[in-house]
Design a protein. Structure first.
Length: 355
């Protein structure tokens, strides 16, 4: 149980309760000091490697012996991003790079009082898995074998992460199934597909981050400047998932037609300028190429023939998407309404506002 304050740390006087700004706070009547018990910031990291999530077993109260995400308090003098990477390294030996903020949750602890949990998705970059001083064990668990987690906020964040990845994982499964069939018919075609898709998936988060930075300030996408970063992440993530399906021959022209005609009609109804939607789409293509070329991935890993093939198929995809967005926009009879800014925590809104 969290200990209650009894004496003033400044003058030693007795502590009583006094209302300030409609809130009862600890107050010293001797030196006239209020004490503010603000929520303590707690950071957690979700590290996913091949659909296995990194967990640690706690070796101290509260919840000793239970599993949780790499979690700890942010220290004075460090920012939240530094805190989550420090805790990850101290508890698991893994070094990483922050992808994005996934979830924020408040929690009242019997030991520490009010806590504010901030959970980040982190990409593993280096390190060797080893339990730290605060952990009895560190281990990766497959998503269908996650043990009961100690903290409610961890359970909520893991559930949100798995839900956000379902479509993406379905893409990979569909491609693998189609590649298994393709291997029997054409080993060369299957190898090309794997190399194309592998390059796209490897650099996916970097492409998304750069697109978000661009679309948030680009004059041609002014209506996107007020979108939450998590919503923009979902927008670009879904488009890249569609491209991945397209490269794996699991996303036909009919899918593109139906999806983007509907999207064009919705954009007109929402009052979004057609030019903004097309520009946002074009910027996704730009950053896919920028990342691949900047890292030398196309020339070094794919080869000349594969580079040309990727360029050809990407061009076809984006030309079709732009054409059908325009067709849907022009064929809509809906009266434009003021543009709506999608809420960051609404999966339905996030899907509707794909571009």
């Amino acid at each position: 149980m969290k200990k209650q304050r009894k004496f003033c740390v400044y003058c030693g006087g007795p502590i009583a309760k006094k209302k300030e700004d409609l809130v009862w706070r600890d107050f010293c009547s001797v030196c006239r000091s209020f004490f503010y018990d603000n929520p303590l910031p707690v950071v957690s990291a979700i590290v996913d490697v091949s659909r296995r999530i990194l967990l640690v077993k706690r070796d101290r109260p509260p919840f000793k012996g239970r599993w949780c995400l790499p979690t700890g308090f942010a220290e004075a003098g460090e920012n939240i991003e530094e805190a989550v990477l420090r805790e990850l390294g101290e508890e698991t030996g893994i070094r990483g790079r922050i992808s994005h903020l996934l979830d924020v949750d408040s929690y009242k602890s019997r030991f520490y009082g009010d806590l504010l949990f901030l959970t980040f998705v982190v990409e593993k970059t280096a390190g060797r898995l080893a339990a730290g001083d605060d952990s009895a064990q560190a281990k990766f668990f497959t998503i269908d074998r996650i043990p009961p987690l100690a903290f409610r906020s961890n359970r909520r964040a893991v559930a949100a992460y798995i839900k956000s990845k379902k479509d993406y994982w379905a893409v990979l499964d569909a491609i693998e199934q189609r590649e298994d069939k393709s291997l029997r018919a054409s080993k060369r075609g299957s190898s090309l597909t794997r190399r194309l898709i592998g390059n796209l998936l490897k650099n996916r988060e970097t492409m998304i981050r750069q697109w978000i930075d661009d679309v948030s300030v680009n004059p041609s996408t002014e209506e996107y400047h007020r979108y939450e970063a998590s919503v923009l992440h979902g927008i670009c993530d879904q488009i890249i998932s569609q491209i991945t399906l397209w490269l794996g021959d699991a996303y036909a022209i009919g899918h593109i037609k139906n999806f983007y005609i509907k999207l064009g009609r919705e954009r007109k109804k929402a009052g979004t300028l057609l030019s903004s939607a097309l520009s946002a789409l074009s910027l996704i293509r730009k950053h896919i190429w920028d990342v691949a070329l900047a890292r030398g991935a196309l020339q070094k890993n794919l080869g000349l023939y594969t580079t040309f093939e990727l360029q050809r198929r990407m061009t076809v995809f984006f030309d079709l998407a732009a054409f059908y967005i325009t067709r849907g926009y022009e064929s809509s009879n809906a009266r434009p309404s003021p543009a709506k800014i999608p809420a960051a925590d609404s999966s339905k809104t996030r899907r509707r506002n794909t571009v």
